[in-house]
Design a protein around this ligand. Structure first.
Ligand SMILES: Cc1cc2nc3c(=O)[nH]c(=O)nc-3n(C[C@H](O)[C@H](O)[C@H](O)COP(=O)(O)OP(=O)(O)OC[C@H]3O[C@@H](n4cnc5c(N)ncnc54)[C@H](O)[C@@H]3O)c2cc1C
Ligand code: FES
Length: 275
């Protein structure tokens, strides 16, 4: 797994643009001093101003976000408003500032043995797959992209990746059903050619883990858990693996599926943003 080390401390990043993609908002910000992130890494974000309940109240903790895309001196994040932190962040407009820590954690590792990458995303979990697809394409590797959303409003996010095949729960766009049904079709008879990269809600990741295990296909899963610090200090993000507990913020968020008995163990509860 790839890790780029974050500089010590928080830095300020000016928001340069806000774009809407159906249910999601993309926030772009300047980051001229931070190192370029590896695909799959994440940042702890907070709004520099108005980050907390109000006058005299304690500010929120920063929240974790995968990097969606990185360009020279610019970072992009994909945000779905599911609570107070994501609401404030998704309302940021050009000229406001973010407090940024990162890049943090481990990113995706390249496909082994010249396997063909299949990227499988669910909901806002498409974010780390966009930057991973960018990097694979820059190196001349095309990937198959399978994305699942709950409905047409969320499926607008699919435009952030190149040439995706889309599934929706309600059948309003693309395949009517689960993205893992599309994956199963891809794996049939081709298990020794493929490596899977997935990010999405825990039940989707668990279905990917089980499917890839059954077909003996290697899979790298970008997981989530509640993160208070993001750099290994609080142990709030521990998840069980076959060889003991790991801190997802420093040992993940990308873990080999074969290290997990279940991808459900990482969740801290149903995560509405990723359905
Ligand atoms: C490594 C990592 C990368 C992430 N990348 C993105 C991203 O690219 N875009 C994005 O929109 N969100 C992402 N998230 C999730 C995001 O951090 C949470 O949605 C956010 O912290 C919610 O904050 P809030 O104040 O809006 O809502 P809260 O009120 O804090 O939470 C809203 C609901 O979501 C649940 N929840 C919050 N955080 C998590 C979590 N980490 N895992 C499971 N359930 C959770 C809560 O239990 C609650 O039900 C990522 C999380 C991690 C750990
Ligand atoms: S979030 Fe604090 S140790 Fe991982």
């Amino acid at each position: 797994m790839t890790r780029t080390t974050a500089p010590f401390g928080r830095r300020r990043a000016a928001v340069t643009a806000r774009e809407e993609h159906g249910a999601y908002v993309v926030i772009r910000c300047e980051d001229r001093t931070g190192p370029a992130p590896a695909p799959g890494q994440f940042y702890m974000l907070a709004a520099a101003e108005r980050w907390g309940g109000g006058e005299g109240e304690r500010p929120f903790l920063p929240r974790a976000f995968s990097v969606l895309r990185a360009r020279a001196g610019e970072l992009r994040f994909l945000i779905e408003d599911v609570g107070p932190g994501t609401k404030r962040l998704s309302e940021l407009s050009a000229g406001e500032r973010l407090a940024v820590v990162g890049p943090l954690g481990n990113g995706f590792a390249p496909p082994r043995e010249d396997r063909k990458p299949i990227l499988v995303g669910g909901g806002v979990g498409i974010a780390p797959l966009a930057i991973w697809q960018d990097e694979l394409r820059a190196g001349g590797t095309e990937s198959r992209v399978l994305l699942g959303f709950r409905d047409e409003w969320h499926a607008h996010g699919a435009a952030l990746l190149v040439d995706p095949t889309v599934a929706t729960d309600d059948g309003s766009v693309g395949h009517h059903g689960l993205v893992t049904e599309l994956l199963e079709d891809e794996l049939d008879g081709r298990a020794d050619e493929i490596e899977v990269y997935a990010c999405g809600p825990p039940p989707m990741l668990e279905a990917v883990r089980e499917l890839c295990g059954r077909h003996q296909v290697p899979a790298q899963l970008a997981l989530e858990s509640g993160m208070a610090c993001g750099f290994g200090a609080c142990f709030g993000c521990v998840v069980p693996t076959v060889d003991g507990y790991v801190r997802l913020c420093v040992d993940g968020p990308v873990l080999e599926a074969s290290r997990l008995e279940s991808a459900l163990a990482a969740t801290i509860g149903a995560h509405p943003s990723q359905h």
